[in-house]
Write a protein that binds this ligand. Structure first.
Ligand code: 4NP
Length: 155
């Protein structure tokens, strides 16, 4: 089961979702054989590690994101991954636009929190221009989302 998380810059939300899901899947759902990666629709930060506010917030909860490096979504992602989960509708729209109509593209596209059935939130809000509490909120949503996603995939 190959999962790609997608946000805009691939330095805040999607690396958080990647690290959180990888940790929880390995610990609680090893039988699912989950492989997880993340990417951005934009190329602003390609090659960079996650934002230091993202790395610190994750480290406080025991997730190590420091080794990740940002990359942009590429055409091959649509056939390599089973699921591509966007953090918000703007990025989902962008994925749908780029996928086009080709049948060779196997990936299911969706909103992370909607697929995970997280109550009260459909999008993970962009924390880039926010404060510490916004980065904490991203982690809260990614933890809830990872549990929901794994429950659904595990059934
Ligand atoms: P992300 O956050 O999409 O969660 O990685 C952002 C990172 C960078 C920018 C915007 C959002 N930016 O405009 O550079």
């Amino acid at each position: 089961m190959k999962i790609l998380f997608v946000c805009l810059g691939n330095i805040c939300r999607s690396p958080t979702a990647e690290g959180v899901l990888r940790t929880i899947a390995a610990r609680d759902y090893p039988q699912l054989g989950v492989e997880v990666d993340s990417a951005g629709t934009a190329d602003y930060h390609v090659g960079e590690p996650p934002d230091r506010r993202t790395v610190s917030a994750a480290r406080r909860r025991g997730y190590d994101l420091a080794g990740l490096r940002a990359r942009q979504v590429v055409a091959a992602d649509f056939s390599r991954f089973d699921h591509m989960f966007a953090m918000d509708r703007a990025n989902l729209d962008e994925l749908e636009r780029r996928r086009g109509g080709a049948d060779a593209h196997k990936a299911n596209l969706g909103l992370f929190l909607e697929f995970a059935a997280v109550s009260g939130a459909a999008e993970v809000p962009d924390p880039y221009h926010g404060g510490v509490e916004d980065f904490e909120h991203v982690l809260d949503l990614c933890e809830a989302g990872a549990h929901g996603l794994l429950r659904r995939l595990g059934k």
